[in-house]
Design a protein around this ligand. Structure first.
Ligand code: 0X9
Ligand code: CA
Ligand code: CA
Ligand code: CA
Ligand code: ZN
Length: 309
């Protein structure tokens, strides 16, 4: 489990219990299901938040996902914070307006096996990948131009191992099936998304596989919308906005697939701390959880709005 001084973080079982408690407290606006199972057979839970939550309504949908990378535990807290804020504050007219006019999907742990493995000994292992053999980097296993561009490793022992084929990891396949399932009447219902990571305090947008701003699947106008919305969100949380490939080139990441395949206005946030801050990047103390998750409330609200545009 987490070391005693970091008990403020939720482990996998506590994350599931937290979602169950949210549903119990707010059964009219919150529902839990599973998008599928991890390599070792753990469920990957998703929380849906909306009015008439049991019905699929014609409302813009938005996806928040966390913890693709095992050691990035602050992101799990981010997803739980989003779920709690949007349900506990339903009496607030501004929150009610959002919840009543959107269908919000929250996936706090995309990589359950890796996340459990990282903390189970009581000492942090610094683990990134899933637990399939030597481990696949889930954020290199997505099927848009998978392995195209030197932005992933073909060595199974590498930290950015892309897997034996696109979707070879059950966790990315489950994410793909879930997102594909949100195509209703030929239209993708999920209009916007944030994939949370740590760290460096960045707001990133596609594409990652090329440093070109305009390319196959990305017009100037589309790029400019990413830059505008990304810039607005970065202003609200103090992060730095940039195209993801400006950080470094990746292939097979979630953003390229969500945009390339489904035209979802998808961002990756690299959360606290900033790079070079002196704080342990992947293991900040639990005392920062509240501040560093609430820090993104404004950005989340901007994207919830933009999903309706
Ligand atoms: O490398 C990643 O998957 C992400 N960074 S992390 O330190 N959390 O591992 C960044 C992915 C964003 N895409 C690109 N930089 N191209
Ligand atoms: Ca502490
Ligand atoms: Ca609804
Ligand atoms: Ca719907
Ligand atoms: Zn990451």
């Amino acid at each position: 489990d987490f070391p005693p001084e970091d008990r403020g973080y939720h482990n996998y079982d506590e994350m599931v219990a937290e979602l169950d408690a949210t549903v119990k407290d707010h059964p009219d606006i919150a529902a839990k299901s599973s998008i599928g199972k991890s390599f070792q057979g753990r469920d990957i839970p998703v929380l849906k938040i909306s009015d008439n939550v049991g019905r699929d309504e014609a409302e813009p949908e938005i996806l928040f996902d966390c913890n693709q990378h095992a050691r990035e535990h602050l992101t799990t807290e981010m997803c739980l914070h989003i779920a709690k804020r949007l349900t506990d504050n339903y009496a607030d007219p501004a929150i009610k307006a959002v919840v009543d006019n959107r269908e919000i999907w929250v996936i706090p742990v995309v990589n359950p096996d890796g996340s459990v493995y990282d903390v189970e000994s009581g000492k942090y292992r610094g683990w990134r990948k899933n637990r399939q053999g030597p481990g696949t980097d889930l954020n290199r296993n997505w099927g848009y131009k998978w392995g195209c561009c030197g932005g992933s490793d073909d060595n199974p022992n590498g930290e950015t191992y892309r897997g034996s084929a696109a979707w070879s990891a059950p966790e990315t396949a489950a994410m793909r099936d879930f997102i594909d399932s949100r195509v209703v009447g030929g239209a993708q219902q999920i209009k916007a998304a944030v994939d949370f990571h740590t760290y460096s305090e960045l707001v990133l947008w596609p594409f990652g596989h090329t440093t070109d701003h305009v390319t196959e699947g990305m017009t100037q106008q589309e790029h400019d919308r990413f830059a505008r919305v990304g810039g607005e969100m970065a202003k609200s949380n103090g992060y730095t906005p940039q195209q993801s490939s400006e950080l470094y080139v990746t292939d097979g990441d979630i953003l390229d697939w969500m945009w390339g395949r489904h035209k979802i206005l998808a961002f990756t946030f690299e959360m606290y701390p900033a790079s070079g801050s002196g704080v342990d990047g992947f293991y900040p103390p639990d005392e920062v959880i509240e501040k560093e998750t609430a820090r993104n409330d404004g950005a989340v609200d901007i994207l919830l709005r933009e999903a309706g545009a």
